[in-house]
Design a protein around this ligand. Structure first.
Ligand SMILES: O=C[C@H](O)COP(=O)(O)O
Length: 259
């Protein structure tokens, strides 16, 4: 499976930024599966700028409702009509600031799948939870409703492990911590949903940049990265994509040499 790089622009960006990124991709090529998740008002511009590009686009949230009288909400169906392929759900910035529950996040993931897109479901512990040795408890609690609501469709989800203490800090989790935590996630998914290793894509997110991307993507179980700040700079974003492509090449060489 190719590595996947997803940029999360959060509440940043403009149509001009999307065209800059599109031109950079056209000039340098895109070396892996990649997408950029933009604020809702930028989705039409993403459609215009990226429709002829290998770079996909998506949103950062959606309504838990399919449609109807829900002022200010944006349904997954409306997002899909703008050509989006991915929708991030359960980002810690929403869980913390807006009190989004694990059950709500699972229902939103269900809506995204029903609209024919891929949910990128974020999970991760805060620094207080990590210090209190509660990482395993938190991750199991966050994953449980997903397994319950989605059942077999869980394998169509992209999971993003984002330790909250790492987001925007400049300090990515150490490769050993990432590998250990992804192992824990894998065992939890096996126990809760009967899922086997590699059945779904699992990304790491939190202070990923062009300097640490290769080491992070070399961690066992890491299928790609969810990138915040660095995704706002086309050169950095494409450097991370190149690191992802090198990983795939290295693996292909190992398979060929070992076959
Ligand atoms: O969704 C992306 C994450 O919040 C990571 O953000 P960051 O790369 O700026 O730390």
């Amino acid at each position: 499976m190719n590595k996947l790089v997803i940029g999360n622009w959060k509440m940043h960006g403009s149509p001009a930024d999307l065209w800059d990124l599109a031109h950079a991709v056209q000039r340098d090529g895109l070396a892996c599966d990649a997408a950029v998740c933009v604020p809702f008002p930028l989705l039409p511009a993403a459609h215009s700028a990226l429709q002829a590009s290998p770079l996909r686009w998506g949103a950062q949230d959606c309504s838990v409702h399919a449609g109807g009288a829900h002022t200010g909400e944006v349904s997954a169906e409306l997002i899909a009509r703008l050509g989006a392929r991915y929708v991030i759900v359960g980002h810690s910035e929403r869980r913390v600031a807006l009190g989004e529950s694990d059950a709500l996040v699972a229902e939103k993931a269900h809506r995204v799948l029903a609209a024919g897109m891929t949910p990128v479901v974020c999970i991760g512990e805060t620094s207080a939870e990590r210090d209190a040795n509660e990482t395993a408890t938190v991750l199991k609690r966050q994953l449980a409703p997903l397994a319950r609501v989605l059942g077999r469709a869980l394998s169509a989800v992209v999971l993003a492990y984002e330790p909250v203490w790492s987001i925007g800090s400049g300090d990515a989790a150490a490769p050993g911590v990432i590998a250990d935590t992804l192992g824990l996630i894998e065992r939890t998914l096996h126990f809760q949903a009967g899922m086997h290793q590699g059945a779904m894509r699992v990304l790491y997110g939190g202070s990923v940049n062009p300097r640490n991307a290769a080491a992070i993507m070399a961690c066992p179980g890491v299928d790609g990265v969810l990138v915040g700040g660095a995704s706002l700079h086309p050169a950095d974003f494409l450097d991370i994509c190149r690191a992802a492509r090198r990983m795939a090449n290295d693996r292909e060489m190992v398979v060929i040499q070992g076959s």
